[in-house]
Design a protein around this ligand. Structure first.
Ligand code: PEP
Ligand code: MN
Length: 286
């Protein structure tokens, strides 16, 4: 039964073929998965403006924090239920699957009601009761790497979810704490090909938390796809300078638009489907 690694169900030894599953027409683990949206949902106009842009570009996943884990208790904590309702409304209007962060067990029912994929943030990667409960929630989980976690600890966190009954786990590298302060975190690009050898789970990259600087987001995104990532989660804002959280690392909408053709080329090299902009006109989605 056992494998040589401390984790089992998530290991390549246990299962050779890549884990794939379909959400909103995208085969995660095979196609290129692009998730974009603001760090936090702030108001209706913000989320609808951004969502309309994403739909025009044929992006299929909208991110947005409604419950925000902020370092300071005095920082904006998110719109909570109202934020989730806005995400759902915009997602339904523009054909976007919704990704939002789950911070505690008592909010799982609410997140499951409004979101299509539940994000576990870096601060909760080792919240074992939460991980076990998410094993039973019935929705795919986006599991960020803990900011001080080894690859092994991260895969063991995924093992908690999978062994509790949910194999739909997407790993997300988002940088780790090092002595370097020029970037917000130190992105571990090598984690991508390494995870691919150790595990059958899909892995995506968050270049926004990973660098903290918007001008680094595009080059690092291309590097991630070249390294074999299954997708990206990118922060974008209609007015980054006014953002209530993570404005410095949020792309302008046009910057995201400029990045897409570059990613499309990288995706072709990796044989990953990425049909940006081939969408029907937004008017037809309403
Ligand atoms: C985020 O995605 O906005 C976020 C808080 O991410 P992380 O948990 O990786 O810091
Ligand atoms: Mn953020």
């Amino acid at each position: 039964m056992g494998t040589r690694k401390p984790y089992q169900l998530v290991s390549r030894e246990w299962k050779q073929e890549d884990t794939t599953f379909v959400v909103n027409g995208v085969t995660i683990g095979k196609d290129l998965m692009m998730i974009a949206g603001p760090c936090a949902v702030e108001n209706r106009e913000q989320i609808f403006t951004i969502s309309e842009y994403l739909a025009k570009k044929n992006i299929k996943f909208l991110r947005g924090g409604a419950y925000k884990p902020r370092t300071s208790p005095y920082s904006f904590q998110g719109l909570k239920t109202e934020g989730l309702q806005l995400l759902r409304e915009a997602g339904d209007k523009y054909g976007l699957a919704v990704v939002s962060e789950i911070m505690s067990i008592d909010k799982i029912d609410e997140l499951v009601t409004y979101a299509d994929i539940l994000q576990v943030g870096t601060r909760n990667m080792q919240n074992y009761p939460l991980l076990k409960a998410l094993g039973k929630c019935g929705k795919p989980i986006l599991l960020k790497r803990g900011m001080s976690s080894t690859i092994e600890e991260w895969l063991l966190a995924a093992e908690y979810i999978v062994s509790s009954g949910n194999e739909k786990v997407i790993l997300c590298e988002r940088g780790i704490r090092t002595f370097e302060t020029a970037t917000r975190n130190t992105l571990d690009i090598a984690a991508i090909p390494l995870i691919k050898t150790l595990s059958h789970l899909p892995i995506i990259l968050d270049p926004s938390q990973g660098t903290g600087l918007r001008d680094l987001v595009s080059p690092v995104s291309c590097a991630a796809i070249a390294a074999g990532a299954d997708g990206l989660i990118i922060e974008v804002h209609n007015q980054p300078n006014e953002a209530l959280s993570d404005g410095d690392q949020s792309l302008y909408l046009d910057q995201l638009g400029d990045l897409l053709p570059q990613l499309s080329m990288q995706a072709q090299f990796r044989n990953k489907r990425f049909d940006f902009e081939s969408a029907v006109a937004v008017e037809n989605l309403n």
